[in-house]
Design a protein around this ligand. Structure first.
Ligand code: SF4
Length: 95
């Protein structure tokens, strides 16, 4: 199989700081059942250990042109996969 078609390879960085998800992202996660009422994330196929790590990660999104948490990137329609510390991103415009 050939490589997935993607426009950007976005480096994943780590921070020690506590990151907060924006309210609109939280609302979206809740709507789609990926977050419970208490604000606990429930991502399919992601272990609690992985999730803990993910919460410390962020990317400089080339589409939104801002720093966003990896969790948000992970659920983005442009997200294709994560390979060796990078996100393969489709790069389509987001609403
Ligand atoms: S997948 Fe989405 S959030 Fe992640 S870098 Fe690409 S456009 Fe930005």
């Amino acid at each position: 199989m050939g490589e997935l078609e993607h426009k950007f390879e976005v480096k994943i960085d780590t921070t020690e700081n506590k990151q907060k998800l924006p309210d609109n992202v939280k609302a979206e996660l809740k709507e789609t059942g990926m977050m419970d009422e208490k604000g606990k994330l429930k991502l399919k196929g992601v272990s609690p250990k992985m999730l803990k790590k993910m919460k410390q990660e962020f990317v400089q999104c080339p589409v939104l042109k801002e720093e966003i948490q990896f969790v948000q990137c992970f659920i983005c329609p442009n997200f294709q996969s994560r390979v060796m510390g990078k996100v393969l991103c489709k790069g389509d415009p987001l609403k």
